[in-house]
Design a protein. Structure first.
Length: 207
């Protein structure tokens, strides 16, 4: 599959290119609209899989670069993400800011810095993720950074799918490139089931 184009003019305000960015997700197959069975067993009219967008390095670099611009004046020293979804985002945002990228991963159920990664006391840290739904992983990583004495200066994601609920970063706002409304339903309450739309399991061969 050819990589989607990255022809959104640089410097365009985020709100103005929201739909154009969503089109890049759609072209990459990273945003599907229909009737989907999620791994949780719930149904959703929207399926989002950022990895399908981030597999294209030019596109990943372009979109993460746009997100990074929001933090150009924040004197960020390190970009920190929860594994796995946030790793590529952290890497590309850090490249745009000219700083380093590290990631936290679960060890015995707890978000941990492994592989020799460390944060210094007072280090200015930008937290990033691919998609924020409940914000749980990012909250854990925020706590990890604060316990290390680092200063979390902002929280960002490519996609905000919180539906407007507070992700609970201690009053720190979530900055996102795009917002996606993606309700989920138990099968009994699913409007698409009621309409008789065929249910698709994402990743299966028929999509
Ligand atoms: Zn359904």
């Amino acid at each position: 599959m050819p990589a989607p184009a990255t022809d959104i003019p640089a410097g365009t305000a985020m709100a103005d290119y929201h739909e154009a960015i969503l089109d890049r997700f759609r072209e990459a197959g990273a945003l599907l609209e229909g009737h989907f069975l999620l791994s949780s067993g719930r149904h959703s009219p929207v399926y989002l899989q950022c990895a399908l967008l981030l597999q294209h390095p030019d596109l990943a670099g372009d979109l993460c670069g746009r997100l990074a611009r929001a933090f150009a004046d924040d004197r960020v020293a390190t970009v920190l993400a929860p594994a796995i979804g946030g790793i590529v985002v952290a890497h590309e945002v850090a490249r745009a800011l000219g700083v380093r990228a590290v990631f936290a991963e679960r060890e015995k159920g707890r978000m941990t810095l492994r592989r020799g990664f460390a944060l210094a006391r007072g280090e200015r840290v930008l937290l990033v993720e691919d998609v924020v739904t409940t914000g749980g992983s990012l909250r854990e990583v925020q706590q990890l950074a604060e316990e290390a004495g680092a200063e979390v200066v902002a929280v960002a994601a490519l996609v905000d799918r919180t539906g407007g609920t507070d992700p609970g970063f201690g009053g720190m706002p979530l900055t996102a490139l795009v917002r996606v409304e993606a309700p989920t339903y138990v099968p009994e309450d699913c409007p698409q089931c009621r309409e008789g739309l065929p249910l698709v399991k994402p990743g299966s061969r028929n999509i």
